[in-house]
Design a protein around this ligand. Structure first.
Ligand code: SF4
Ligand code: SF4
Ligand code: FES
Length: 205
C-alpha cells in the first residue's frame, strides 16, 4: 500500500501501526506511552501526526495506515500539538532533573528539551509534595511524583502491577516482582524516572 509522508511516497504493509512504519522509514516520531513490542494503551498524545487527506490530527501509535493517507510529521502545527501534550504531562510533574536517579533514561526530559516545552505552562495542577520515593523491592524504586500514568509497567507486568486512585492522584501499586530481570525490564520500559533501578553505590544499606 502506498502512503505519502511529508510529500514523499512510502510503501507500507498496512499491517503495522503508523508509528512503526514511520520510525522504520527513518522519521522521528516521539512517544511516551508507546514502546516497541510492548502492550500499550494510547493516552499521552505525544506521537500525533496530521493526515492531510482529511486534515485530522491522529495518534500514530493507535492508527493503521490506509491507502492514500498523506502524513505530515514535521509541520509547526504538529510540533505545537506534541509540545502541548508534553507540557500537560509536566504540569503534574515533580521536576528535579538534576538529582533524579532515572534521568539517564528519561524520555520526558529529553522531549521537553527537544520540543522546547515550558515546564510551567499549565501551572502545578496538583500538590505532589507528599509523593516521595518508595523502595519497592530489591533494587527497584518507584517515585509517584514522576509517574505520568502511562501504564506501560502495569500492562506489561506479569506480577500484578495495578493502578490505584483516580485522576492526578492515581499511582501504581507494585507487588514484589518475581524475578530480578523483571525489575530491570519494567524500569527500562518506564519512560520517566518514576520507576528505576538504584545504582549499587547510592543504595541505602
Ligand atoms: S523523571 Fe525525567 S523529567 Fe522528571 S525529574 Fe526525572 S529526569 Fe526530570
Ligand atoms: S511507573 Fe513509569 S511505566 Fe509505570 S505508569 Fe508510571 S510512568 Fe508509566
Ligand atoms: S505514544 Fe501515542 S498516544 Fe502516547
Amino acid at each position: 500500500m502506498k502512503i505519502f509522508v511529508n510529500d514523499k511516497e512510502l510503501e507500507v504493509s498496512g499491517k503495522r501501526i503508523l508509528i512503526e512504519e514511520l520510525r522504520e522509514a527513518g522519521y522521528n516520531i516521539p512517544s511516551m506511552c508507546y514502546a516497541a513490542g510492548a502492550e500499550h494503551h494510547p493516552s499521552c498524545m505525544v506521537c500525533m501526526v496530521r493526515n492531510e487527506a482529511n486534515d485530522q490530527m491522529i495518534p500514530s501509535c493507535a492508527t493503521f495506515p490506509t491507502e492514500g493517507m498523506r502524513i505530515d510529521t514535521e509541520s509547526e502545527d504538529v510540533t505545537a500539538l506534541r509540545r502541548m501534550a508534553v507540557e500537560l504531562l509536566l504540569s503534574d510533574h515533580h521536576a528535579r532533573c538534576g538529582g533524579c536517579e532515572g534521568k539517564e533514561k528519561c524520555k520526558l526530559r529529553e522531549l521537553s528539551v527537544q520540543l522546547k516545552a515550558k515546564w510551567t505552562r499549565y501551572g502545578a495542577l496538583t500538590p505532589v509534595g507528599e509523593k516521595v520515593q518508595e523502595h519497592v523491592t530489591g533494587h527497584l524504586y518507584y517515585e509517584p511524583a514522576k509517574c505520568i500514568r502511562c501504564g506501560l509497567c502495569v500492562y506489561n507486568s506479569k506480577d500484578g502491577f495495578t493502578f490505584q486512585g483516580r485522576g492526578f492522584n492515581m499511582q501504581v501499586v507494585i507487588p514484589e516482582p518475581s524475578k530480578p530481570h523483571v525489575e530491570e525490564c519494567l524500569a527500562e520500559l518506564c519512560p520517566t524516572g518514576a520507576l528505576f533501578i538504584k545504582k549499587k553505590e547510592s543504595r541505602e544499606e
